[in-house]
Design a protein around this ligand. Sequence first.
Ligand code: SAH
Length: 239
Amino acid sequence: MRAKIRLFVEQPLGAGQEIALSQDQAHYLVSVMRKGSGTPLALFNGRDGEWLAELGTASKRGAVALCRAQSATQRLPPDLWLLFAPIKKARTDFIVEKAAELGAARIIPVQTEFTNSERIRQDRLQAHATEAAEQCGGTYVPQVAALTPLAKVLDTWPEGRALVWADEALAETAAPQPLPPAPAAILIGPEGGFSAAERARLRAFPAIHPISLGPRILRADTAAVAALALWQQAKGDWQ
Ligand code: SAH
């Protein structure tokens, strides 16, 4: 049987393991979903696959889950990062949620010259990534990094990782461009696009793979989803 409620936990999972759920999870199960002990749950922690569990003692203040048997082995997404310049709150939330669903391994908000927001709520974005993984049946939650200046990201770029740059200046370029295999990263700019200085640095960057996302200028959230889908289809785990 497939448990309808999937929860991410930090603890190791294994047969017979008792897992203390968080207060938020207890509140969700007991007060929101009105579940009692014996309710089947699916738990995952990003390392041990998915485990079928059962809700044990449960009150609004705390709940325990009893781990029974593994229901899916651990799956990791391809080694693809998403780098994006945060935009308005709801659209930034959307980007993180969709990146987790589409199988990004790591999400890095980057500060560019025209980035609209100076700060992000990293914990809130991480919670969105976790919720998306719970909802989409994944066993992996991508880490959301702290907001990092683009220059610093480029200065510390890991050897061998391709940087797929969604370049709005290529919008009219029709031919589909070949995409590099993993390890790779996708870079999406803010509403204002990239500055002249950023464009010059990116163009000269050794790992760079500029791509077009078609003849229309997309909003950053649309561009992120389109680029992730393109790469997953060409080089990722959609094959
Ligand atoms: N204000 C900019 C557009 C920014 S769109 C301008 O008018 O030129 C936000 C980001 O989405 C861009 O920085 C780019 O990374 C991506 N993007 C949007 N449409 C694109 C396209 N057709 N091709 C490639 N990248 C695109």
